[in-house]
Design a protein around this ligand. Sequence first.
Ligand code: GLY
Ligand code: MN
Ligand code: MN
Length: 438
Amino acid sequence: MRISPQTYAARRRRLLEQLPEGSVALVAGSTLVNRNRDAEYPFRQNSDFYYLTGFDEPDALLVLKPGRAEGETVLFCPPRDPDMEIWTGYRAGPEGCVERYGADQAFVLAELDEQVPQLLDGSRRLYYALGSDETLDNRVRGWLNAVRAKARQGAEAPEELVLLDNLLHEMRLFKESEELDVMRAAARISAAAHVEAMLYAHPGVHEYELEAKILSHCMGEGARHQAYSPIVGGGANGCILHYIENNAPIDDGSLVLIDAGCELDCYASDITRTFPVNGRFSPEQRALYELVLKTNEACIALIRPGLPWNEVHDLSVRLLTEGLVELGLLEGEPEKLIEEGAYRTFYMHRIGHWLGMDVHDVGNYKVAGNWRPLEPGMVMTVEPGIYVSPHNESVEPRWRGIGIRIEDDVVVTEQGCEVLTADVPKSAEAIEALMNRN
Ligand code: GLY
Ligand code: MN
Ligand code: MN
């Protein structure tokens, strides 16, 4: 399941149409990152660059110049060099960039310093994501200075620098049907991976063994990378929001919180499920679980076009606070507790985030100072949680060390929303039935 070359071309066209005459845009790809000595982290293309090109090689640069006679899309790429390719694998080279990736013109990276100043010359406005990469910022400064140095020969350097984010990230926020197909596929793979982990869980299992089940399933389905480091927290480790050690054995009677989602063609999925390692919730675990589940379901039911983004979060705060009061973990009037932020001891993050090529995807949450109304095509997570610190002496000991989050991915539709992650059981009964089936 991949995005088609026609879609990449259509995105470039749509962006080019929004660029005013006399402008030029630079969008840089990622570079390989060293892990230790000669070993590198797996390469992950820059999301903005990939969104516009589908080109997956390191160090590339895209230049878009509306109205340019020799072509509006120019790609710079690593060279085709048979000796190097023995080490690095095949490269598309400039010819491949034109034939397979839809560039009007393409050059090897060695030509950057020669060609980019020429492309900048005569453009009044430069669109570039200044501040994301210091090395590249310096290089762009060098290219601008190279144009300025030729002023007496008639060269004209851009006068205005604008971030491309507003235009490009607004496009990325609204998912096209092809993108939704890829995201549905990613979510389905991740959902099945969570089911595998639930089926394999047993008292004494190590967190990394459950992580291995997740990774193995996703890779086996063609999703070689995860969208983020999986979080597998047994017992009180489930209360650490970004726990990624994943190296402890999980005791009988504990819950396990797994937050993991694969990436497919650079699109993320992001799922959290929490379940008892022995297949049966204790009364305290069940009581808190039911509260988080009720909140997750109520928030999903609320999502529809026109709803201000923040109202989903506000509902989660209200339901969780009321529930915590009912169960005796908070004392007082829910309204006052919400005003004071008392719930933050147990629920310290937001209800969710945009989801797309980046797990915490791009796109503004506020427009002109107001929370943005939801619109069809936006994809977001819904992930309420309750985390009772093992050191919280203000609650009875029986509640301490319980961490629960239930996270789904949803697309806003014309009518309401579509849940992409419905394939993993969510009710306590369904989880127990799955884990105890023989
Ligand atoms: N896994 C990151 C998040 O849920 O936001
Ligand atoms: Mn998550
Ligand atoms: Mn999330």
